[in-house]
Design a binder for this molecule. Structure first.
Ligand code: COA
Length: 260
């Protein structure tokens, strides 16, 4: 696929995806969602890529939401389809990706933008970033998982306040809420994310994938997270990564994981 609205940069085992529609504050239109789906899929398949960072171009916005101009005339079934397709192609896809994804929140993360950041495995923000779910100001509710992931990350009361008031919160408050893990000046945002991605890239890819699955399992109503953890833990013992990791430890050397 030829990318128009995103670009990808790779350095060693780390890939950075940048959403690049700065004139529209990187709003997620249908094309951008499809491009992101393809990009995440391709990078996940690439054995050399061990961690992915996603950010927005410019200093103003990570993503200012779903592209309002594309759905302003939708009816009920189109609205339902918009949410279902988006969740399947991007938000659930990212959350369940085997390769860890870090959101580098470089400015406004609103509506679908905050929902995208929340679908990532964790978030780092620049100190001027603002986050919120303003959908109720449009006569909508969050449709890309926001009503579910925000309470998981910040607790029900805080999520209710953010969704019902539609107010934005500062990066500092997002840090206090646990919505983001770190807040740094803009110029330190990508360096910090790269450092974290680099730590991840030293670890066993098969273990990372199972850790993501096991953590996510605890948030599914029909899956017992503890049982999922036992299964995944056991499965690790059948991997070459486990043999290499334990052998390297006993031989007092750095592991070089085959990823199988
Ligand atoms: N969908 C489509 N276009 C968007 C957009 C969105 N979610 N967010 C911003 N844009 C566009 C604006 O329409 C404008 O385009 P134009 O120059 O062609 O008129 C451009 O991006 C710049 O935005 P603007 O509103 O002029 O910037 P601002 O600095 O005055 O305000 C925001 C910034 C983020 C506060 C404001 O753009 C905003 O509220 N955006 C919508 C946020 C939202 O409701 N998201 C949830 C969608 S479900």
């Amino acid at each position: 696929m030829n990318y128009e609205n995103i670009y990808i940069e790779e350095e060693g085992s780390i890939a950075v995806i940048t959403i690049d529609r700065p004139k529209k504050l990187n709003a997620l239109n249908k094309r951008t969602i499809e491009e992101l789906h393809n990009a995440f899929g391709e990078l996940d398949e690439a054995n050399e890529i061990k961690a992915i960072i996603i950010t927005g171009s410019g200093e103003k916005a990570f993503v200012a939401g779903a592209d309002i101009s594309e759905f302003a005339d939708f009816d009920v079934s189109q609205g339902e389809q918009l949410a279902a397709q988006g969740q399947q192609l991007l938000f659930d896809f990212v959350e369940n990706l085997a390769t860890p994804v870090i959101a580098a929140v470089n400015g406004f993360a609103l509506g679908g933008g905050l929902e995208l950041a929340m679908a990532c495995h964790f978030r780092v923000a620049s100190d001027h970033a603002k986050m919120g779910l303003p959908e109720t100001t449009l006569g909508l509710i969050p449709g890309y998982g926001g009503t579910q992931r925000l309470p998981q990350l910040v607790g029900k009361g805080r999520a209710m306040e953010m969704i019902l008031t539609a107010n934005m919160i500062t990066a500092e408050k997002a840090l206090a809420y646990g919505l983001v893990n770190h807040v740094v000046p803009q110029e330190e945002l990508l360096p910090l994310c790269t450092k974290l991605a680099s730590s991840i890239s030293n670890n066993s890819p098969t273990a990372l994938k199972r850790a993501i699955n096991a953590v996510n399992a605890g948030y599914r109503y029909n899956i017992n997270g503890y049982a999922a953890e036992i299964d995944a833990f056991g499965a690790c013992f059948g991997t070459d990564d486990f043999k290499e990791g334990t052998t390297a430890f006993l031989e007092k050397r750095k592991a070089n994981f085959p990823g199988s």
